[in-house]
Design a protein around this ligand. Structure first.
Ligand code: C2E
Ligand code: CA
Ligand code: CA
Ligand code: CA
Length: 279
């Protein structure tokens, strides 16, 4: 029995070691990834549901580690948050995205909206709004062309400091979107008290909209309610014609998902915009 116990323990230990080593390896690689220029930004278009016109793009970070290959943001962002590195990554992404957007505006002769994800931890930081302002100044991007995507968890964790930061951003003219709406502890009361311009319905709702599902009723009601409050709605994770048709029936403003395009590198994005512009 003693032997068996020991073996069991060792087996368990091996599994643990695997998880721990992967995490510490990622930590180690993350420390130098920014300096070594291993990150890239991919862009996914958001379209007007009714016309298919491009509203703008969501910037999504990509990490291709020379040692380990591509690592998903779902895996490395929480680790970067723990390590206190997320602010550097998010600001780097914002800088690239703003530069790209200004370039696109010159190239295509019309403005687009650039949506950037901001980690929950960042809004709490003292100079967050000032840093955003500095990036706008450096890139000459108009504040109203920048949208910051935040999740509700931020608001719950530190409502007071986040609220202050959000109002500072609002006073700059930056747009604010509430991301992943419907997951976690959604509270529609935020929409009343915070300067939120856009609400993004989480893809789990959009993808659950099969016949007579609860998701269908929920999605329709969210769109209706958000409109009554005077905000815009983006449905994310739109993959099928059927999903798009339903969202159009309910007058959803904007749609984003693989049905239109996956997030793509900037060179592919130029083709995508040219194709869309030429009908
Ligand atoms: P998110 O902000 O909810 O981003 C949407 C995710 O859904 C992206 O995954 C996108 O590639 C994916 N997606 C888009 N359309 C579809 C679709 O039609 N079907 C499906 N199944 N998925 C779709 P990605 O790029 O892997 O990013 C995952 C998460 O990582 C993001 O979720 C966001 O929370 C975080 N993230 C990504 N980039 C950044 C960043 O620069 N900063 C921060 N703080 N977080 C980021
Ligand atoms: Ca997002
Ligand atoms: Ca989302
Ligand atoms: Ca998400």
């Amino acid at each position: 029995a003693k032997e068996l116990g020991k073996n069991n323990y060792q087996f368990f230990d091996c599994d643990m070691i695997e998880v721990v080593t992967r995490k510490s390896l990622i930590e180690q690689l993350l420390r130098t990834a920014l300096d070594k220029n291993e990150f890239a930004v991919h862009y996914q278009p958001q379209m007007a549901a009714a016309t298919g016109d491009i509203r703008g793009f969501e910037a999504l970070v990509r990490w291709d580690s020379p040692e380990r290959g591509p690592i998903s943001p779902v895996e490395f962002i929480p680790i970067a948050e723990e390590m206190g590195l997320i602010a550097y990554i998010d600001q780097w992404v914002m800088l690239q995205a703003c530069r790209k957007n200004v370039e696109f505006q010159k190239r295509f002769g019309r403005p687009y909206l650039m949506s950037v994800n901001i980690s929950a931890l960042q809004l709490k930081q003292r100079y967050f709004a000032e840093n955003v302002e500095a990036i706008l100044k450096e890139t000459q991007m108009k504040p109203e062309h920048l949208e910051i995507e935040i999740t509700e968890s931020v608001l719950i964790e530190s409502l007071e400091s986040s609220v202050a930061a959000l109002w500072k951003l609002e006073s700059l003219g930056v747009k604010i979107a509430l991301d992943d709406f419907g997951t976690g502890y959604s509270s529609l009361s935020y929409l009343k008290v915070l300067p939120i311009h856009t609400l993004k319905i989480d893809k789990s709702f959009v993808q659950g909209m099969t016949s007579a599902s609860a998701e269908k009723a929920i999605t329709e009601s969210i769109i209706d309610l958000v409109h009554k409050l005077g905000h815009g709605v983006v449905a994310e994770g739109v993959e099928t014609e059927e999903q798009l048709a339903l969202l159009k029936t309910w007058n959803c403003d904007f749609v984003q998902g693989y049905f239109f395009s996956k997030p793509v590198a900037e060179d592919q994005l130029i083709n995508l915009i040219s194709d869309t512009n030429n009908g």
